[in-house]
Ligand binder design. Structure first.
Ligand code: C5P
Ligand code: C5P
Length: 463
């Protein structure tokens, strides 16, 4: 890894951006996209650039006219590196790219960790990349380090034990400013924001056999461990963060044993404990106190067409944007629960080298990828094949989301390349990371797509 060369590129790009009077930031709509948008917008504003932003699903040929109607130079964040040829041939105005997707090739106004031996899928997100550009604009922007971590966690870069590589520098910056507290803990959602039984009831990563989805069973499970549900003195409902160290250990051991009793593979038991990132300046008992839950708040905004709310929260709004986000979060969680339930009951279809499910008309296209990923964690799909979720988009196209795991990547899986190649041949567009990728095709091509994808994966895995 050549971090010095990466930092030089960050400085050069920062200088170029600060030369502009007006800029439009065009970011992806997921947690990493919104967080990276916010970092750039905030840093540019602080430096006196007149900046606006928008967040979108993907840049493909359909969106070019829309982008060309923008007046300002554009900075693409969390997108662009996979579409450089398209952008260079079609975009009229000056543009820059701050991205971490496997790049088609290098280009002048682009920063991408992959060009410096930093693995953009695992070691630095688009938000992290944007953070280093912001830091190069002004060291004072280090107060944006918590947001930098939210993007990485949103892209699951913490999946195996914690954040790695260049992400560690961001954590260090945040720790120095006492804005980030990184430590090992139970990784379950809701440690800060849900009463104990609710934390277990809603847990889908991993799925807790007999507990997930069953409130009364969760209450009994906690009571059997001798853990009080309410504070014996004040009577307040207890959250995980209210437990004593000994109670936490008792709960964690019991959950671990539960998974082992159900023969959960290591991939699943390993999800239970890991490094977590707490933001001590955020209000206790809110989602924003924890990086993972913060990322879910952003996904709830972006994936329900309210990206602006998420960006505003990243930029510090704890008033009206936060109130609106809480409502979106409820909707998001409900749709995820219902979607996963639907996948479980309607079954995943198995081909020789892939799993797939077709949730057209049931799961919205912006959530099908998240649900495909959750299907792994919940043991609905086993881990030896990647999973592909299909859904219908509003424009009538078929949205494809593919998710794998790092064992498969070590065996040769490259989902982004496979989708780019197969969907390209079918007249669609696709791309993304080795472990998580997406695409669009005409729905009439579904059968052919599945056949070709099965072959492409079998070739990559040498099976
Ligand atoms: O566009 P971007 O790179 O930000 O998105 C990657 C997507 O892939 C995210 O939605 C992230 O949660 C997902 N992902 C995943 N499993 C991984 C890595 C990423 O589902 N191991
Ligand atoms: O849409 P989904 O969450 O499944 O996307 C997974 C990953 O694939 C993201 O990193 C996204 O940016 C990428 N992708 C892409 N080209 C597409 C669709 C998705 O590069 N046409």
């Amino acid at each position: 890894m050549d971090f010095a060369a990466f930092s030089r590129r960050a400085r050069d790009l920062a200088t170029s951006l600060l030369r502009e009077e007006q800029i439009t930031v065009v970011g992806h709509y997921d947690a990493d996209g919104l967080a990276s948008t916010a970092i750039l917008v905030k840093a540019l504003q602080r430096s006196g650039v007149d900046v606006d932003f928008l967040n979108t699903r993907q840049i493909d040929s359909d969106h070019i006219n829309e982008l060309n109607s923008l007046q300002n130079p554009i900075v693409f964040v969390d997108m662009g590196s996979g579409q450089i040829d398209l952008l260079e041939s079609e975009i009229k105005q000056r543009f820059f790219i701050v991205d971490h997707h496997p790049p088609q090739r290098n280009s002048k106004n682009q920063i991408n960790p992959f060009h410096y031996g930093i693995d953009g899928t695992r070691e630095l997100s688009a938000t992290g990349t944007a953070y280093f550009v912001a830091k190069a604009m002004d060291q004072g922007n280090q107060d944006l380090s918590p947001v930098g971590i939210v993007g990485a966690v949103g892209d699951m870069q913490d999946l195996h034990g914690g954040l790695k590589g260049a992400n560690r520098t961001i954590i260090k910056d945040g720790e120095d400013l006492k804005l980030i507290h990184a430590h090992k803990n139970l990784t379950l959602f809701g440690r800060h924001s849900r009463p104990l039984p609710k934390m277990l009831e809603y847990c889908s990563e991993p799925m807790l056999p007999g507990l997930t989805g069953n409130y009364m069973a969760c209450v009994a499970f906690i009571e059997q461990l001798g853990i009080e549900l309410k504070d014996p003195v004040g009577g307040e409902v207890r959250y995980y963060v209210d437990l004593s160290l000994e109670e936490r250990q008792r709960l964690t051991t019991a959950l671990y044993m539960l998974l082992l009793d159900h023969n959960a593979p290591e991939l699943v038991t390993g999800m239970l404990i890991g490094e977590v990132y707490e933001f001590p300046k955020e209000k206790p008992r809110t989602e924003l106190r924890d990086a993972k839950e913060f990322a879910t708040v952003l996904n709830a905004c972006g994936r329900h067409e309210e990206g602006e709310i998420g960006v505003n929260i990243c930029m510090g709004d704890r008033g009206s944007s936060w109130s609106k986000a809480k409502r979106l979060l409820e909707k998001h969680r409900r749709e995820l629960r219902e979607g996963l339930e639907w996948v479980k009951t309607n079954g995943i279809k198995e081909m020789e080298h892939i799993y797939y499910f077709d949730a057209s008309g049931v799961i919205r296209d912006t959530l099908v990828g998240v649900i495909a990923g959750m299907a792994y964690g919940s043991m609905v799909a086993k881990s030896e094949k990647p999973i592909i979720g299909l859904s219908l988009a509003d424009d009538g196209s078929m949205k494809i989301s593919a998710r794998g795991n790092y064992d498969l990547v070590r065996s040769g899986l490259r989902l982004g390349e496979a989708l780019r190649d197969v969907c390209g041949r079918l007249g669609g567009e696709g791309g993304g990371h080795d472990v998580a990728a997406g695409a669009r095709i005409d729905p009439s091509k579904k059968k052919e797509f599945l056949r070709l994808m099965d072959i492409a994966v079998s070739r990559q895995l040498n099976r």
